[in-house]
Ligand binder design. Structure first.
Ligand code: HEM
Length: 202
């Protein structure tokens, strides 16, 4: 990034960053919600549990506020599971800044190499997540052992990932609040998934 940005005037860099915030904030949120509704329609038990939790928290506080969002713990598990199966960024990239010998191998990643991390493949790898292709929010119920480092990366890795998560959970949760209002849950006419991946990160 530094290599690239240093060669552009500051106003271009500012405009580019504004565009990243716009694109990063909208497309990621809308596609996550779309995939979540697909899974909720196919998994009515999960849907009803989430609706019931919203009803309870709303009844307790009369309305859902930013603070009460933190009590929607089941919804958070549903969001985490959606982001595991459908990470809006299926890969992230890094530029290698100095030669790096991968331990216990003959491989040297040379300075300047662009390294791609296959997030989608890792998220659906059975070696890290049992029944990796299944939508199971319960796998995120606390207490649980956290996934090993580098295994669950819907927000990427490094200093900005925590900040992104803090920004994103409210924007994913608030649109779900009115979801408890209709009397009948949403139902899928067919539950066969149209979006499937093959292979793993191995
Ligand atoms: C479902 C929601 C979201 C997901 C899954 C998501 C995911 C990601 C990922 C994977 C990256 C790349 C990080 C990396 O390379 O390590 C990224 C970057 C970024 N996202 Fe998002 N994002 C989401 C929502 C948002 C929102 C709501 C905003 C702002 C309002 C935002 C702003 C940004 C920005 C500014 C970057 C660049 C950060 C940097 O270069 O350090 N994103 N996002």
């Amino acid at each position: 990034m530094v290599y690239i940005f240093n060669s552009f005037p500051a106003d271009i860099v500012i405009a580019a960053n504004a565009f990243i915030i716009f694109l990063g904030g909208f497309e990621t949120t809308s596609s996550t919600l779309a995939f979540m509704f697909l899974e909720l329609a196919a998994n009515e038990e999960v849907q009803e549990k989430m609706r019931e939790e919203i009803r309870q928290v709303e009844a307790k506080y009369k309305e859902i506020t930013y603070d009460s969002l933190h009590e929607l713990t089941y919804m958070e598990m549903v969001i985490q599971e959606t982001l595991r199966l459908y990470p809006p960024f299926p890969t992230i990239q890094r530029v290698c800044t100095k030669d790096y010998a991968i331990p216990e191998t003959d491989v040297v990643v040379e300075e300047g190499t662009i390294v791609v991390f296959p997030i989608l493949g890792i998220h659906r790898d059975e070696q890290y997540f049992a029944r990796a292709d299944a939508f199971e929010p319960e796998r995120w119920r606390e207490p649980r052992a956290p996934p090993p480092p580098g295994v669950y990366l819907p927000f990427g890795d490094g200093p900005s990932s925590g900040l992104l998560q803090t920004f994103s959970f409210p924007s994913l949760s608030f649109p779900l609040v009115p979801f408890q209002t209709p009397r009948k849950p949403i139902k899928a006419k067919q539950t066969k998934r149209h979006v499937q991946t093959t292979g793993s990160s191995k």
